[in-house]
Design a protein around this ligand. Structure first.
Ligand code: SME
Length: 158
C-alpha cells in the first residue's frame, strides 16, 4: 500500500462515496487494529479536514483515547460521561449541533463547537466510539451518521 488517497469532490455524500471504498481497501489488507484505526482517522481528516477526529476504545468501565488526528485530547472518559460516554450507554450515534447545549459535554478543546459520536458495536456491545469534532456549529447530519456508521462497521475488532 503506497498509493495516495483520492480526495473526493462534490457534495458531502459524493465525498463519502469516494472515501468509503478506499477505506475498505486500505484496512482489508491489514489485520492490526491500531494501524487500521490510524489510517481511518488519517483518511477522514484528509478528506474533510475536521478539527478533530479519533477513536476511543472501551477498556473496562471507561473509554481510552486511541488513534486520532487533531489537538491533544482527554485520555479517559467514564461510561455515561460526555457525548462519547453517552453514545456508549445509549448504543447509538449522537449528533450534537451545539456542544454548549449538551449537558455534561466534555470540552477537550474550547474550539470544538459541534460533534458526532458513532459507537462501534460488536455482539451487541459497544467496544469503542468514533468521535468527530468541528470548530463550526451544526456541522453534522444524517449523511455523516449513515456513512460514518458504514465506516465503523468495516473495522475488524476480532
Ligand atoms: N467532547 C467529547 C470528549 C472527547 S473530545 O471531543 C476529543 C465528549 O463530550 O465526550
Amino acid at each position: 500500500m503506497a498509493e495516495d488517497l483520492i480526495v473526493g469532490q462534490g457534495n458531502k455524500e459524493e465525498q463519502y462515496l469516494t472515501l468509503l471504498p478506499q477505506i475498505a481497501a486500505l484496512i482489508s489488507v491489514e489485520t492490526d487494529l491500531v494501524a487500521n484505526l490510524g489510517n481511518i482517522v488519517a483518511a477522514l481528516k484528509e478528506q474533510f479536514n475536521w478539527f478533530w477526529v479519533g477513536f476511543y476504545l472501551v477498556r473496562r468501565d471507561e473509554l481510552i483515547l486511541g488513534p486520532f488526528q487533531g489537538s491533544i485530547a482527554c485520555t479517559r472518559i467514564k461510561k455515561g460521561k460526555g457525548v462519547c460516554g453517552s453514545s456508549w450507554v445509549q448504543k447509538q450515534t449522537l449528533i450534537v449541533p451545539d456542544v454548549e447545549r449538551f449537558p455534561g459535554h466534555i470540552a477537550c478543546s474550547s474550539q470544538s463547537r459541534s460533534e458526532i459520536v458513532v459507537p462501534i458495536i460488536r455482539k451487541n456491545e459497544v467496544v469503542g466510539v468514533l468521535d468527530v469534532d468541528s470548530e463550526k456549529l451544526d456541522q453534522f447530519d444524517l449523511t455523516d451518521q449513515v456513512y460514518l456508521e458504514k465506516i465503523v462497521a468495516l473495522i475488524n475488532l476480532s
